[in-house]
Write a protein that binds this ligand. Structure first.
Ligand SMILES: Cc1ncc(COP(=O)(O)O)c(C=O)c1O
Length: 450
């Protein structure tokens, strides 16, 4: 028994589903083989080999909550590009905006007419007055760390164990047996990350306080709910006390809402009354077009501007040529004004609540020691009876073999969920019948594994 299941059955199911995947997807296999001749590791991004499939599925087209593969199968997508397509694939207002912009130029190193309305909408929505743009959430986080180190004159950043904020070197420090340790899988890392990164467990206020007391931490970079190591919720009162400590010690709080924008039109911070000094959002903010944004409070914006003015002239180390390009800004405007609406969220919240309840019922009926967590449109099941309180606990219950069995079973029946953990996202186009399909298939899968 592992995770309450018969392990021989789990292994047998993986073998059956891998064979079925190979038989079902000859065209994807052919295309993957052809492309592999000219690609490093045979895929456009090396981590695409880490999906649970024998070879990558080739997508032909995606629209709303669905996509179609090269072999003509249709899928209901609960992965939604791991949040990039959280508001559905190719939402019509975004498709129309980029079609309009496509004949009017893409990039000019100058602002377009859409910039003002986008910045104003971001300010209204997130309650922060000053914004900048980037091409990815990774970049936005990197830039914010640089701005805030410069603005505070402090060198260190604090992150929570098990966090992920994109390919930002500073955050790849883990607590291993309580000791901050640089992630040994990082390639080409030539300087010591632990010199400038402090890591503590999420929900551990005394560790946070002890770290902040040193007086050398520029900012805490955090998701308000951890979402990349399975899901870890803040315990009641955690953020109130943490914010007080952070402020008391002259440190700034950066909230990365890239995933927790699932919580509402203004993200988790707005929905739960957090008051960050800076906020980052990437992935879905332009409907899946590459772009990201970050905002500062008035006070921090003035400090950041002062840091730039007092620096010698020259490159700041912040910004890329195509950031804030006309294409991305047009997509963001349409997405913010017409897609990420209160009404869309209400639909997503109602469906996600039903999904979470449905998963809980099935898990309870099979008496499995698993739990389900939901944050707005985002739902996660984890192989532990009680929700993990921190990154170490969440990491300890991850099980890639079991994930592979379940994910493959679902995929072969036209249902995609997020790889590397068990996240299911619903979008404005997800229908009730899609949930019924997912829940019934999940139920049958578990019956096979008991
Ligand atoms: C919370 C969070 N921040 C930032 C990122 C980085 O996003 P990107 O890979 O688009 O740069 C991710 C990616 O998963 C994320 O989960």
């Amino acid at each position: 028994m592992r995770a309450g299941l018969n392990w021989q059955r789990v292994q047998a199911l993986v073998a059956i589903e891998r064979a079925s995947y190979i038989a079902r997807n000859p065209e994807s296999a052919r295309l993957a083989g052809e492309a592999a001749q000219h690609l490093l590791f045979g895929v456009p991004m090396h981590w695409m080999n880490d999906w649970s499939t024998p070879f990558p599925l080739t997508v032909r087209e995606a629209s709303g909550a669905r996509f179609r593969d090269a072999d003509g199968h249709e899928y209901i997508d609960f992965c939604l590009g791991d949040t990039g397509a959280m508001f559905g694939h190719a939402p019509l207002p975004v498709a129309q905006a980029i079609a309009r912009q496509s004949a009017r130029g893409y990039t000019a190193m100058l602002p377009s007419e859409d910039v003002g309305p986008v910045a104003a909408e971001l300010s209204r929505r997130f309650g922060l007055p000053c914004w900048q743009f980037a091409l990815s959430a990774s970049d936005a986080n990197r830039f914010v760390l640089r701005w805030l180190r410069a603005a505070t004159g402090r060198s260190k950043v604090l992150v929570f164990n098990g966090c992920y904020h994109g390919t930002v070197d500073d955050v790849f420090v883990d607590l291993v047996d309580g000791v901050p340790t640089q992630r040994d899988s990082l390639l080409g890392q030539v300087y010591t990350l632990t010199d400038h990164t402090v890591v503590v467990e999420f929900n551990d206020l005394s560790a946070l306080e002890a770290a902040l007391k040193q007086g050398d931490i520029a900012c805490v970079l955090a998701e308000p709910v951890m979402t990349n190591v399975g899901m870890v919720l803040p315990q009641p009162g955690f953020w109130d006390a943490a914010q007080q400590l952070i402020r008391q010690h002259g440190t700034l709080l950066v909230i990365d809402e890239t995933h927790t924008i699932s919580s509402g039109p203004g993200g988790y911070a707005r929905a739960h009354g957090l008051q960050p000094d800076a906020l980052v959002i990437g992935k879905p903010v332009g409907g899946g077009i590459p772009c990201a944004v970050y905002g500062f409070t008035e006070a921090v914006a003035r400090r950041v501007e002062q840091a730039k003015r007092s620096a010698p002239p020259g490159h700041s180390g912040i910004g890329t040529t195509l950031s804030a390009n006309m294409f991305a800004i047009a997509a963001m405007r349409a997405n913010l004004e017409e897609v990420m609406t209160e009404q869309a969220y209400q639909h997503m919240f109602a469906l996600a609540a039903q999904l979470a309840d449905g998963l809980r019922d099935i898990i309870a009926r099979h008496q499995l020691p698993w739990c389900v967590t939901q944050i707005g449109a985002r739902t996660e099941f984890q192989f532990t009876p009680t929700a993990p309180r921190n990154g170490s606990e969440a990491q300890a219950v991850m099980d890639s073999e079991l994930e592979q069995a379940i994910h493959l079973y679902l995929l072969n029946r036209g249902l995609l969920i997020t790889p590397f953990h068990n996240m299911l996202l619903v979008c404005p186009d997800t229908a009730q019948s899609d949930l019924h399909n997912l829940l019934a298939t999940f139920d049958t899968c578990l019956q096979l594994l008991l």
